[in-house]
Design a protein around this ligand. Structure first.
Ligand code: ZN
Length: 150
């Protein structure tokens, strides 16, 4: 065990919650979650992605958030995701590991295709720094209501 590399949570720049949906009912629930999240948390919300892209096998909503939101946002999703599968992952220098082996699922895990079977443009890098890239910053675009119950 002495050869194991002990990683620090200081490596985590931010987090994503990928809220997957399939079909009309799940899409409505995703949109409801999106509205509720916007009222409660300081996060970056973007438009839902309506088709499977890259490694992601279903349409999804991606929620980006800073570590200070984690301890309230994740339990809130546990209680409110209902039938939706949600992938919570840290963003470090290694997007592939972040999504596949460092992630936590709420609900039923979805299967990702192996990285090397994806078209080249959709493969996740194993080091952003090696490519001269950086993790995108979280651009918070919600304004939580002071009165919202979490
Ligand atoms: Zn992600």
């Amino acid at each position: 065990m002495t050869d194991m590399l002990c990683r620090s949570i200081q490596e985590i720049e931010n987090y994503h919650a990928h809220i997957y949906f399939d079909g009309v009912t799940e899409r409505e629930h995703m949109l409801w979650l999106r509205d509720q999240l916007a009222q409660r948390f300081s996060v970056q919300l973007v438009d839902p992605i309506e088709q499977p892209v890259g490694m992601h096998p279903r349409p999804m909503l991606v929620v980006a958030f800073m570590p200070d939101q984690f301890s309230r946002l994740v339990p809130w999703l546990m209680l409110n995701r209902q039938e939706l599968s949600v992938l919570i992952h840290p963003n470090t220098d290694n997007p592939l590991a972040d999504h596949v082996s460092q992630a936590a699922w709420l609900g039923t895990p979805l299967l990702f295709p192996p990285n090397d079977q994806l078209p080249e443009g959709w493969r996740q890098p194993t080091s952003l720094k090696a490519l001269g890239r950086a993790q995108p910053a979280v651009l918070v675009n919600t304004q939580p209501l002071a009165s919202a119950v979490i």
